[in-house]
Design a protein around this ligand. Sequence first.
Ligand SMILES: O=P(O)(O)OC[C@H]1O[C@H](OP(=O)(O)OP(=O)(O)O)[C@H](O)[C@@H]1O
Ligand SMILES: Nc1nc2[nH]cnc2c(=O)[nH]1
Ligand SMILES: [Mg+2]
Length: 165
Amino acid sequence: MAPPEKAFPVSWDQFHRDCRALTWRLNEVGPFQAIIAITRGGLVPAAIVARELGIRVIDTVCIASYDHTRQGDLKALKGVSADVAKLGGGTGKGLLIVDDLVDTGKTGRLVRSMMPDAHFAAVYAKPQGKPLVDTFITEVSQDTWIHFPWDTALSFQPPIRDGAG
Ligand SMILES: O=P(O)(O)OC[C@H]1O[C@H](OP(=O)(O)OP(=O)(O)O)[C@H](O)[C@@H]1O
Ligand SMILES: Nc1nc2[nH]cnc2c(=O)[nH]1
Ligand SMILES: [Mg+2]
């Protein structure tokens, strides 16, 4: 993957609004029996979607792949819990998978192989990942790096007259 050129910083306030916008769409295609958050990026959106849809059964699939901006090979550290897999009839039927974004689509492909009939939602999508996701809110270009609120903080900017950076 070429190094990302553009930055797309997302504040907590913006992310919360985008997760509620995602939920408006998901409310049209539900109801869902349970949510599966793809950790760690899917944890915050899953919490917001669960509250808005009134879903109380929440599972995780733990996948590691990126070391900051470089994606290594995917490692599934934890699969779907047996109870939730049973709820989905073993193929994910009526289950909602939530992640923060799809980039190359590799994570989406792995998760879909686990639960082919589940509904896969992400807040943001890049062109390469779009074909993997059923519902998303905002598309960003492939060479954009999204900075999530849990990865960032506001920082002091020195005054311009003192030769700001
Ligand atoms: O479509 P892909 O190219 O697979 O990229 C998308 C995935 O990458 C990030 O997770 P990451 O693997 O960095 O782990 P994290 O969620 O714990 O940060 C992001 O949260 C998605 O899950
Ligand atoms: N924070 C962040 N993680 C990613 N993992 C894959 N793509 C991205 C991205 O654009 N931003
Ligand atoms: Mg992730």
